[in-house]
Design a binder for this molecule. Structure first.
Ligand code: NAD
Length: 453
């Protein structure tokens, strides 16, 4: 279902009219494409407080031109001829108290106006120090700062916070956030704190950054259509051999997608008791990336919800994810260096009327990820993360009545719905062999939905 309002505000008269009426102003987002794969301008590297992060070589590998600015540098107006930044990275890892926090304002206040449309602001923070409440207060302040700036900046620009200790381990995360691939990811706080060394081959594929998944096998459940199909396509673009899994009724779509991607189709119902065994049997050489995407809704208010509606949603969205994950880890099908990406939803974080079953199942995914992630990494060398989509333009959301659909689309900082490819790009970043230090994270792909934190 095309977003006609977005098309309207893309025209001069439409923009004039909707501005006069005080209506939302969604900007056409710059997404990755082969002919426009990178942001269109330099990245400014700013610092607030002292820093020993060693960010320069990591930023150099983003492919963007890096302009390093010291806090005392005065910043020219874009009109003075200096190039407009497409991105700003603010290293605030050295912020330890309210005084040094002022460096965040000092660094960003002069440049924020000049960030190009669809530009990126990435704030880098440090983990909270439990022994230092001044440091914890100042570092937690970065979260409120980031989310507030994301809500006010507009123009398709995004603002995210990454907490890290090792710039090298955050390379894939910075490449993702400083690229058009993260167009619909804003207002997120991402911890890149796992010991990357515990995931073998964590950064082994730097030789071919365009195809980080070359030589790897990925399986995507519910991949015959919608978000799952986009995930399969994006992982194949990044070099993976993809197994397209869906129910037998979707066999034709699954096969034609698999043929197009040079992969294979596997038809089975993920709720089958032996689903894990059948997947393992299909992949005797092992699996590197497991994407739990299959999901269903059976909406009804609790007062009208029969037990069958509850259990069918819990079974597809949560119980089957637990069962197949357990089976594939126990059998060693998921190889060391492997990646599990599960699919949550903002309905699981913020709750949604008529979706007690769905919200419970998706919140359950968050619990699964947080509990399993440290153990799966320590015992199997496998990371476990989740994507939590907001309003994504798919058949699922096309079925929502017009008024509610419009509200769903606009109630986020980018004032538009996301596309399946936005979830797919986020999944591809989490699946990257270089993302070994990203573990136990739930990353929302929601344009910074106004629902939930
Ligand atoms: P969709 O209905 O278009 O596609 C879901 C796919 O999963 C279908 O191909 C379906 O056949 C398959 N599937 C369903 N049950 C299955 C089973 N038992 N075994 C194997 N395959 C099964 O849905 P979508 O919009 O692409 O959503 C994909 C995922 O993203 C789901 O987990 C959904 O809950 C989640 N999500 C979607 C949105 C959104 O806005 N579309 C928002 C938040 C979360």
């Amino acid at each position: 279902m095309a977003d006609r309002y977005l098309s309207l505000t893309g025209t001069a008269p439409g923009r004039f009219l909707t501005r006069r009426l005080g209506l939302p102003q969604p900007a056409a987002l710059h997404r990755w494409s082969p002919d426009r794969p990178a942001l269109d301008g330099p990245v400014f590297h700013l610092t607030a407080g002292p820093s020993s992060l060693g960010l320069a070589p990591v930023l150099a590998r983003t492919g963007l031109t890096v302009t390093t600015r010291r806090p005392e540098d005065t910043v020219g107006d874009p009109a003075d001829g200096s190039a407009r930044p497409a991105a700003v990275v603010l290293d605030a890892t050295g912020v330890r108290d309210v005084d040094t926090l002022a460096g965040v304002h000092a660094a960003l206040h002069p440049v924020v106006r000049s960030v190009a449309p669809s530009g990126r602001i990435v704030v880098l923070g440090a983990p909270l120090d439990p022994a230092d409440h001044h440091q914890s207060a100042a570092q937690q302040a970065l979260e409120g700062f980031t989310r507030s700036l994301g809500k006010e900046i507009g123009g398709g620009r995004t603002v995210n916070l990454v907490r890290l200790t090792d710039a090298g381990a955050a390379g894939s995360t910075l490449r993702f956030l400083l690229s058009p691939r993260s167009a619909y990811v804003s207002g997120q706080v991402i911890d890149v704190l796992a010991a990357a060394g515990s995931a073998p081959q964590a950064d082994a594929r730097q030789a071919d950054p365009g195809r980080p998944l070359a030589g790897r096998t990925a399986l995507v459940t519910g991949a015959a259509r919608g978000i799952g199909a986009a995930v399969a396509e994006t992982l194949a673009r990044d070099g993976a051999r993809v197994v397209v899994l869906d129910v037998p009724q979707a066999e034709q779509d699954a096969r034609s997608l698999a043929d197009r991607l040079g992969g294979t189709a596997l038809t089975l119902d993920v709720t089958a008791a032996d689903a894990g065994e059948r997947i393992a049997a299909e992949l005797p050489d092992g699996l590197d990336v497991l994407v739990h995407n299959a999901g269903v809704t059976r909406d009804r208010r609790l007062v009208n919800m029969p037990a069958e509606r509850w259990s069918s949603v819990l079974d597809v969205n949560l119980a089957s994810v637990l069962r197949t994950t357990d089976a594939l880890l126990a059998k060693g099908t998921l190889r060391p260096g492997g990646r599990i990406v599960a699919t949550a939803s903002i309905a699981g974080l913020a709750g949604n009327a008529g979706q007690t079953n769905y919200g419970a199942s998706k919140a359950g995914i968050v619990g699964l990820v947080r509990s399993l992630a440290p153990r799966a990494l320590a015992e199997h060398g496998v990371t476990v993360n989740a994507v939590a989509p907001g309003f994504i333009e798919t058949r699922m959301t096309a079925a929502i009545p017009l008024f509610l659909r419009e509200v769903g689309r606009r109630m986020n900082s980018l004032a538009q719905g996301g596309l399946p490819v936005d979830v797919a790009e986020t999944t591809a970043w989490l699946a990257d062999p270089a993302s070994g230090a990203v573990n136990g994270q739930v990353v929302r792909v929601c344009g910074q939905s106004l629902l939930g934190a």
